[in-house]
Design a protein around this ligand. Structure first.
Ligand code: SF4
Ligand code: SF4
Length: 420
């Protein structure tokens, strides 16, 4: 990855019009040009040209960026802000002193865990035992988690699922319409297993045979956004290889992973296999909304209020934020309401809420206030990280709102559906 080249190329497109500023959550909170997309692009450019040395201040301005890419969506000059930011973080990672703060330690451990699928499976078993054995209660009531930088991360965990053996092919349960491949993600298998189960059941019910390539691994987002391009390239290569050999769509339910998978080609220029891979990647909501649903799929009415959260990756990268609404409109009786200020990031932003806890909480607080006022029964979101972070905020506020992926609710409401 030629970091300096990407920064110079993208920053050169910026005409400093400032149209992105009102859309930037950190500029809105901190009212500082250096915390805006335009200001950060100037800092990145100066760093790439060697005009500005790396300093704690510069590093902090770029670390405080959520990488939500709301600026990219509204930019009239088509600045690929995300690419510039990831490139700047890669430059910084090479130049900076290693950090051993509790927050960066917990992010490094997470990165190490997701690098190998076997480590994620072991973590799943450990968390299951941890929850069952009472150790979770013991550590939560002591100060040990805080001391080692895991309090914020652990707070987002609820009951981990019972570990399950991997299955490669899930045959259709209806008249066959074809085959799809499914990217299950790494940590999602532990943190949001229900979404994976509901996705497979729904696709099978709609007539699709679901293939889950066994050699797939983490999408690379955690490493990419932390300035670790070599490891990211390794993870990307592993997934490209795992999905080679067929041409079916690669579906993914978690919008953060889907966004990264869809941009492999952008980060691996002149690599045809990346182009082919990324062109097959399809957001699950988008795929489902584009299907002609058979009339024998009937939904049970739901007399409930359902709030919809639009994750930044679904809105600003995949640009499919309308699809969950189109799908949920199939459920008779359900009152579907968008969460106000949906264009603003909730603060989760991958590992951001672990490293920039204060700003993340400031961004989550208004979302929780909206939920308190609207009092929905259910909150749906297509990003597993946002789901965990919002659910933790909902628990903390003492609200009784279930949080789930839209596909979970859809599958649950299908008559004779198999959901528990
Ligand atoms: S909208 Fe685009 S061109 Fe305008 S200041 Fe922001 S990044 Fe630069
Ligand atoms: S990515 Fe988000 S937080 Fe970062 S500069 Fe753009 S709008 Fe602001």
């Amino acid at each position: 990855m030629n970091s300096a080249f990407y920064i110079k190329r993208e920053a050169a497109k910026c005409v400093a019009c400032g149209l992105c500023l009102p859309h930037c959550p950190t500029y809105g909170l901190l009212h500082d040009e250096s915390e805006s997309p335009r200001g950060r692009l100037s800092l990145m450019l100066a760093l790439a040209k060697g005009e500005l040395p790396l300093s704690d201040k510069l590093e902090l301005h770029l670390a405080r960026c959520l990488d939500c890419r709301a600026c990219e969506k509204v930019c009239p000059s088509y600045v690929s802000y995300g690419l510039a930011l990831d490139s700047a973080r890669a430059l910084i990672e090479v130049a900076r002193e290693p950090s051993i703060s509790p927050a960066t330690r917990s992010v490094s451990i997470l990165q190490w865990l997701v690098e190998k699928p076997g480590r994620v499976r072991t973590l799943g078993k450990f968390l299951w035992l941890y929850h069952l054995s009472g150790l979770q209660w013991l550590l939560r009531t002591s100060r040990l988690l805080k001391l080692f930088g895991f309090a914020e991360l652990e707070e987002n965990l609820t009951s981990p699922p019972t570990p399950k053996a991997a299955v490669e092919i899930y045959p259709t349960t209806s008249k066959s319409k074809g085959k799809v491949t499914f990217f299950t993600g790494c940590l999602t298998q532990i943190t949001d297993q229900q979404t994976l189960i509901s996705t497979i059941r729904l696709l099978n019910r709609l007539g699709y045979e679901v293939h889950v390539p066994p050699d797939q691994g983490c999408c690379g987002a955690l490493h990419l956004h932390s300035g670790l391009p070599e490891k990211t390239a390794e993870l990307m290569g592993q997934n490209i290889k795992a999905f080679t050999g067929n041409t079916e769509p690669i579906l993914c339910a978690a919008s953060g992973c889907t966004a990264t998978l869809s941009e492999y080609a952008k980060y691996r220029e002149s690599d045809e296999s990346s182009d082919r891979f990324s062109s097959r990647v399809t957001d699950l909501n988008q795929f489902l909304a584009g299907l002609a649903w058979s009339s024998d799929i009937v939904f049970r009415p739901l007399k409930k209020r359902v709030a919809v959260h639009n994750p930044c990756t679904l809105t600003n990268v995949l640009r499919q934020e309308d699809k969950p609404y189109a799908l949920l409109a199939r459920i008779p009786g359900a009152e579907i309401i968008p969460l106000p200020d949906n264009s603003l990031c909730c603060g989760a932003a991958g590992t951001y809420h672990l490293t920039q806890t204060r700003i993340a909480r400031q961004l989550r607080a208004p979302k929780i206030d909206h939920l308190r006022r609207l009092a929905p029964d259910i909150l749906v979101t297509s990003n597993s990280g946002c789901a965990m972070y919002l659910a933790a905020g909902i628990r903390e506020a003492g609200l009784a709102i279930e949080v789930m992926h839209p596909v979970v609710l859809l599958e649950k409401q299908i008559q004779n559906g198999t959901s528990t």
